[in-house]
Design a protein around this ligand. Structure first.
Ligand SMILES: [Zn+2]
Ligand SMILES: [Zn+2]
Length: 440
């Protein structure tokens, strides 16, 4: 007997390292978006959106071929047209490409841009770290004045403070092409003589990316890094003065910062100021929520004329986890003013149209047209916290009226159908005035 082949459907689920952002979590995203928009507006940053897909070479040349990000963590593929492309692992490279490509060099400098969007890294997934992760970032391109570094630091600091997090800035200068080579030489020498105490990753890094050794949290490496030579001792006058100015500006501002000679940032393109935004949890463990730095060489490296720049990026999922841990209170979107209830098919037709009319006129309306009973609908109106419910049934249609129910008092009045809008305006205004007086 021939058996039917079993065609069991495999269960479809999230790709490893990916995450859904469900409706319940959206209030955090709304709040962060609003906060970022407000800061951008006040500090004069304009929004830019660059594509998620860029040529792989962009990241090789900017982030650097020897970094973990480019050598191991990129989602890279060839398009049917044989272009080698990657999903962006970070936001700055695309912004700088766009700055050059669209001739923003010829606009008044600095050009101040901000972005918000997903990045992709094929990293080991852990709590709060996903392979698709969102960042927002601010970039100021075209000016090397240390006051701009200080302003970006304060923006990165205050956004997170205003989101309810207790954070501090850790800051360092990593010098520039003039003075950093001497420092790298010193670092190499230092680690060479202590080679036996390094972890296997760092033994490899020592040749290609020695600054990253300062970053390593493995015990032996961690201890070595604490007593390693420090970049501040190798800064030339130009870099030292720049760094001192940044710190002086920060002293004028209400910002908690600490010097940390181990902040080097992982990417090749940084120079001078580098900082991380650190949150300390209840057990005293430190978590970096984001970071920034000056990248004076990057525009030139990517084919533009030499142009100084500085920026930062913050990981949104990690910020939200911290907000949730801290139980930061996040109010939902403003409630609805008016619910439209309907009884019977004719009423439903008329209610559909009324909903469109009121919504179009700018009223904050909500409905549940698929529900039939009045009790069900009033329950929903209550849950949504509406101020008024309009009730339309057979009788009201015949009389060309509508019932206006005050949800607070439960009082219902008959209102002429054609006068609904003006009646609602009048009543909403009264409530607003009352709230204003009560200081709500
Ligand atoms: Zn220098
Ligand atoms: Zn190590």
């Amino acid at each position: 007997m021939a058996t039917k082949k079993k065609t069991k459907k495999s269960k479809l689920q999230l790709v490893k390292g990916m995450k859904d952002i469900l409706p319940d979590e959206q209030k955090y995203w709304d709040l962060i978006r609003d906060k970022v928009d407000n800061f951008a507006h006040n500090y004069g940053f304009s929004r830019i959106d660059t594509p998620i897909v860029e040529s792989t070479n962009l990241f090789k040349r900017s982030v650097g071929e020897d970094t973990d990000i480019v050598s191991k963590e990129m989602f890279s593929f060839e398009t049917p047209g044989k272009d080698k492309v990657s999903l962006r692992p970070e936001g700055t490279a695309g912004v700088v490409r766009s700055y050059i490509e669209h001739g923003m060099l010829n606009m008044p400098q600095p050009v101040k841009l901000f972005y918000m969007g997903p990045n992709f890294r094929y990293d080991k997934p852990q709590a709060g770290r996903y392979r698709q992760f969102w960042q927002f970032g601010f970039e100021s391109i075209g000016d090397d004045d240390p006051v701009i570094d200080a302003q970006l630091i304060i923006i990165s600091y205050q956004i997170l403070r205003e989101l309810g997090l207790d954070i501090e800035i850790q800051i360092n200068s990593i010098g520039d092409a003039e003075c950093r080579p001497q420092y790298i030489k010193a670092i190499k020498q230092y680690y060479q003589t202590n080679k036996n105490d390094l972890c296997s990753e760092c033994s490899k890094r020592l040749l290609k990316n020695p600054l990253r050794l300062l970053d390593c949290k493995v015990k032996g490496c961690n201890e070595l890094a604490e007593s390693a030579p420090q970049m501040v001792d190798y800064l030339d006058d130009d870099c030292k003065n720049h760094f001192m100015s940044v710190l002086e500006y920060l002293d004028e501002l209400d910002v908690k910062y600490n010097l940390n000679h181990r902040i080097v940032r992982g990417l090749d393109y940084y120079s001078k100021t580098a900082w991380e935004i650190i949150e300390t949890d209840e057990s005293g463990k430190l978590h970096a929520l984001g970071g920034g730095g000056r990248y004076d060489e990057l525009v030139h490296t990517l084919g533009g004329r030499p142009t100084p720049a500085v920026g930062f990026a913050i990981g949104i999922e990690r910020v939200i986890i911290k907000m949730q841990e801290k139980k930061v209170e996040v109010s939902k979107r403003k409630g609805y003013d008016i619910f439209i209830a309907q009884l019977g098919i004719e009423a439903r037709k008329k209610a559909l149209k009324l909903f469109e009319d009121l919504r179009g006129a700018g009223f904050n309306v909500v409905e549940s047209m698929s529900k039939k009973g009045l009790k069900d609908q009033l329950d929903i109106a209550n849950k949504k916290g509406t101020l008024f419910t309009l009730i339309l049934g057979q009788k009201e249609i015949a009389d060309e009226t509508i019932l206006l129910r005050d949800m607070d008092s439960g009082v219902q009045e008959v209102v002429n159908f054609n006068k609904i809008a003006s009646e609602l305006v009048k009543r909403l205004k009264k409530i607003e005035e009352k709230n204003l007086k009560a200081g709500k």
